[in-house]
Design a protein around this ligand. Structure first.
Ligand SMILES: *Cc1c(COP(=O)(O)O)cnc(C)c1O
Length: 372
């Protein structure tokens, strides 16, 4: 017998055990304390009431397989965004699409580029594909197009851009995205992850629809998670037909479940609920930024539904202390040391009650630190 045959148990492919598993936001508060979950960028206004109704309505038919191509959902998305449904693939969260694209376009030894504070899931999928993550520096907590282009080699197959990025909330204006695309070889896939596109209120922002429509090597990924359906697990990709074709060959035949399909259709057609959610976010993102700044905390300028709050450099552990202080009072924020921010917390814009509560608690916390 060879050595391999003597191995005591199944062994993962090279590189798999180097992956650091994704750590989701916390979701528990101490006993007896009201919980405000501000750790996963969910919609404080909840799901669309119409999506709730649609999910209930499908419950009695859960014995029936869903439509494997999610045709009616793709048509609803196409209608709302003015896209051809043939260029859309739906998925079990947009994470699934990111995983499929890495599986399809990366071979062992290939390289994939993303920036230093980019969404952590990219690295996991790149490693899972046996490829090499190439991490490039940002400038002022924002993706740097020149650095990204400088990192391209003959082995580069994918470039990821979260726009806006999580956990920074910063974004690249469309002319910068266009410049990035123009500098990439035609065989490199540019993935524009527009998970927070609904929330961006900037004239110079474009989620990716234009660039996908005019090129062969760009896809845009989107999600329902941040606009009210995180628990349904529903995302989608808009891309050129050749890429859509490849993804459709590899994805699970029924990757989107029946509840997600019906809730998704109702949700995307409920433009009022989306408008209300976006207006709420716009108001409270500005309010929170102002309050935290007034408290002397630096806030990275965000266009998403969350903000990154930095604690004083002098006190190395104050973000962790602030997190403990807030958690004890039911305010669950996200630690982001794994994203290269050991002294910051990410907070999702919450309900008015949650937002005012966090601002008041942080004010108290800082006072207690100064008096200590
Ligand atoms: C939340 C998030 C996603 C994806 O979420 P899904 O729930 O899998 O759709 C993708 N990219 C970024 C940057 C995110 O913050």
């Amino acid at each position: 017998m060879t050595k391999a045959e003597h191995q005591a148990r199944p062994t993962p492919r090279a590189g798999i055990m180097d992956i650091e598993a994704y750590v989701p936001g916390k979701s528990t508060a101490p006993a007896g304390v009201k919980l405000f979950k501000l750790s996963s960028n969910e919609n404080p206004l909840g799901p669309s009431p119409k999506a709730i109704e649609a999910a209930r309505a499908v419950a009695g038919r859960l014995d029936i397989y869903p439509d494997g191509s999610a045709r009616r959902l793709r048509e609803a998305i196409g209608e709302v965004h003015g896209l051809n449904p043939a260029n859309i693939v739906c998925s079990n969260g947009s994470d699934e699409i990111l995983g499929l694209l890495t599986q399809i376009y990366l071979s062992p030894g290939d390289e994939a580029i993303f920036t230093e504070h980019a969404f952590m899931v990219y690295k996991i999928y790149v490693q899972a594909a046996g490829a090499k993550p190439v991490v490039v520096k940002e400038i002022n907590e924002r993706a740097d197009v020149d650095a990204m282009l400088a990192a391209v080699t003959s082995r580069t197959k994918i470039v990821f851009l979260a726009n806006p990025n999580n956990p920074t909330g910063t974004y690249l204006p469309f002319d910068e995205v266009r410049r990035l695309h123009a500098g990439l070889p035609a065989n490199v896939l540019l993935i524009l992850d527009a998970a927070y596109a609904e929330y961006v209120r900037r004239n110079d922002y474009e989620a990716g629809i234009e660039l996908v429509g005019s090129s062969e090597n760009v896809v845009m990924t989107r999600t329902f998670s941040k606009i009210g359906l995180g628990g349904a697990r529903l995302g989608w990709m808009y891309g050129p037909l050749a890429i859509v074709d490849a993804v459709n060959r590899v994805r699970g035949p029924f990757n989107v479940n029946a509840t997600a399909i019906e809730a998704g259709i109702a949700s995307i057609r409920d433009r009022e609920h989306i408008a209300r959610s976006v207006a709420h976010n716009e108001q409270w993102l500005a309010w929170l930024t102002e309050e935290f700044t007034r408290l002397g905390l630096r806030v990275t300028p965000s266009v998403g539904n969350f903000l990154l709050v930095h604690f004083s450099e002098a006190e190395r552990h104050s973000a962790a202390k602030a997190d403990d202080y807030l958690t004890a009072r039911g305010y669950i924020l996200r630690r982001v040391a794994g994203y290269g921010f050991p002294n910051a917390l990410r907070m999702t814009v919450g309900t008015e009650e949650a937002n005012r509560g966090v601002a008041a608690a942080l004010s108290e916390f800082l006072k207690s630190q100064n008096n200590a």
